[in-house]
Design a protein around this ligand. Structure first.
Ligand SMILES: Nc1ncnc2c1ncn2[C@@H]1O[C@H](COP(=O)(O)OP(=O)(O)OP(=O)(O)O)[C@@H](O)[C@H]1O
Length: 251
């Protein structure tokens, strides 16, 4: 099967620091891939490069066969790649509904539908898509509450709903389990698996190793910007280079 996203020799330099150093990998349609590495390994920078928030120093990213280098984040999102952020980007003084409809508007503004249907029909379609995403994450009943009133755990789902409202083919999750307790993390793991089971390709950055190893079919490991492993969880767990990167000792 041809790749959904192909990352080819991607590099990002910040002054003298190579935050992402010549990284190549690919994700197939419907795959669930983990991205792990010690603090400062370059995981978020790699996500920022893929989603257009940071321009690469060199290298290419192709999404659905098309080079996306130079496109703005909303243009990339409109092509079917949406993401969440390590630090939640919620508008606390807007309603839950409005927070999610931002995603629906963003996606539809890019589509032929947005151009063809103006006014009322377009806003009906945005409302429908927003409720569909809220339903998906179990937030329909809170649609008209302020986002600020949601618990931290629910706000994580709000952010995922906004990304889902864009009807992505690839969902990028940046540390979705950070700050969640064990039972919330287990619920999130089930939810991510369900989304993936429906055919959505997912890239997941996560420090919770059990979560990553438990649900991902493949795990990419970065250390100091370089890719040091790209294999099934069991193989990655046993890889001496990975143990050394995490523990700082030669295995
Ligand atoms: N805008 C920037 N300007 C300068 N340096 C940066 C910038 N963004 C990231 N870096 C540096 O690049 C390196 C990789 O950072 P990045 O946040 O991608 O790592 P990470 O693997 O996501 O880390 P963490 O697990 O701690 O979130 C770090 O040394 C960081 O300080």
């Amino acid at each position: 099967m041809s790749a959904l996203i192909e990352i080819d020799h991607l590099t990002r330099r910040f002054g003298g620091l190579l935050a992402v150093d010549d990284v190549s990998t690919a994700v197939a349609p419907g795959e669930l891939v983990g991205l792990i590495g010690p603090n400062g390994a370059g995981k978020t920078t790699l996500f920022n490069l893929i989603s257009g928030f940071t321009p690469p120093t060199s290298g290419t990213v192709r999404f659905k066969g098309e080079a996306i280098r130079g496109l703005k984040p909303h243009q990339i999102a409109g092509r079917g790649l949406s993401r969440t952020f390590q630090n939640l980007r919620i508008f606390p003084n807007m309603s839950v509904f409005d927070n999610v409809s931002v995603g629906a508007v963003g996606a539809m503004g890019q589509s032929a539908l947005g151009a063809v249907f103006g006014g009322r029909r377009r806003s009906d379609a945005i409302t429908a898509r927003t409720f569909e995403a809220l339903e998906r994450v179990g937030l329909t009943a809170q649609a008209h509450e302020l986002a600020a009133n949601l618990s931290y755990g629910r706000r994580k789902y709000l952010e995922i709903a906004r990304a889902l409202a864009m009807k992505p083919d690839l969902l990028i999750l940046d540390e979705p389990a950070a700050g969640l307790d064990d039972s919330e993390t287990a619920e999130l793991a089930r939810f991510i698996r369900t989304l993936n089971g429906e055919g959505l390709a997912i890239m997941l950055v996560e420090h919770d190793m059990n979560l990553v190893m438990g649900i991902c079919s493949r795990v990419v490991v970065l250390a100091s910007g370089r890719k040091i492993a790209d294999a099934a969880p069991a193989e990655v767990r046993a890889d001496p280079a990975v143990l050394e990167a995490y523990l700082g000792v030669e295995a």
